[in-house]
Write a protein that binds this ligand. Structure first.
Ligand SMILES: Cc1ncc(COP(=O)(O)OP(=O)(O)O)c(N)n1
Ligand SMILES: Cc1ncsc1CCOP(=O)(O)O
Ligand SMILES: [Mg+2]
Length: 248
């Protein structure tokens, strides 16, 4: 697992009437104000710059420049959705591609070996192919119904998510319809983290929404690590004990 990939991915909401830069500022402030334990468990905030499909490259670039500056000053990770030339132009940490974007292997060639590269996958087969092409994490969804993107297939739910997380060796970020209340079940299904648009952009207080998401992610990650340690402890004990009826 990539230890440096943060668990909370905030995707910008660039629909008319939204304030993506203000929301990013509020999110970065909430992350900075979170306790040390929460920040240690959740890692750096990841901000993914996503604009509407019909936005111009100039719009995308101008938003990306501002978000990249804010992220750099705060130690956050900045990724660019779809438009990898914009990622290169602003010096982002990486990018995210899906089925209608550059193929993953081509995206890897564009971004170079050191960049973070996310790829969308709804199945383990697509996920494995993306990893073979150079993806460093997978965005898996829609996990639940969402109102911020049209035309998606039916939601995978935690069971569909688990079918992917159980089959791949890279961090999985659960997306669509994610709320703080759903974080625990998503991490229990094997997700490393979550990506959100509406839960933060549509909140009355985006900073507070980020604080709640971080708190739930930290709690679930710590629970999950503890379960892992317990399980490995049991495995070690089982290995040490001779099989029943065996020679003692
Ligand atoms: C973390 C994460 N997961 C999935 C997506 C969706 O990417 P894609 O399928 O290419 O759809 P668009 O976002 O480009 O409309 C994502 N952006 N981030
Ligand atoms: C970009 C994207 N891809 C799948 S859902 C989505 C938007 C995020 O969904 P939500 O607003 O429900 O967090
Ligand atoms: Mg895309």
């Amino acid at each position: 697992m990539d230890a440096t990939l943060g668990r909370l991915h905030l995707i910008t909401d660039a629909r008319p009437g939204r304030d993506p830069v203000g929301t990013v500022r509020a999110a970065l402030a909430a992350h900075a104000a979170a306790g040390d334990a929460v920040r240690a468990a959740t890692g750096p905030l990841v901000v993914q710059v996503r604009v509407e499909d019909d936005a111009t490259d100039l719009d995308a670039y101008q938003l990306a420049v501002r978000v990249r500056e804010l992220c750099a000053a705060a130690g956050a990770t900045c990724l660019i959705n779809d438009r990898l030339h914009v990622a290169l132009a602003v010096g982002a940490d990486g990018g995210h591609v899906g089925a209608l974007d550059l193929p993953v292997a081509a995206a890897r060639r564009v971004l170079g070996p050191g960049a973070i590269l996310g790829a969308t996958a709804r199945t383990s087969g697509v996920g494995r192919a993306a990893i073979a092409g150079g993806a460093s994490y997978l965005g898996v969804g829609p996990c639940y119904a969402t109102s911020t993107k049209d035309g998606l297939p039916s939601p995978l739910g935690p069971a569909g998510l688990a079918a992917v997380t159980g089959a791949v060796p890279v961090p999985v970020v659960a997306i669509a319809g994610v709320t703080a209340a759903r974080v625990a079940e998503l991490l229990a299904a094997g997700a490393h983290g979550v990506a959100v648009v509406g839960a933060v952009s549509g909140a009355a207080d985006p900073g507070r929404a980020v604080s709640e998401l971080l708190r739930e992610l930290a709690r679930a990650a710590v629970d999950h690590d503890q379960r892992d340690r317990d399980q490995h402890g049991r495995d070690r004990q089982d290995d040490a004990e001779p099989a029943r009826g065996g020679v003692r």
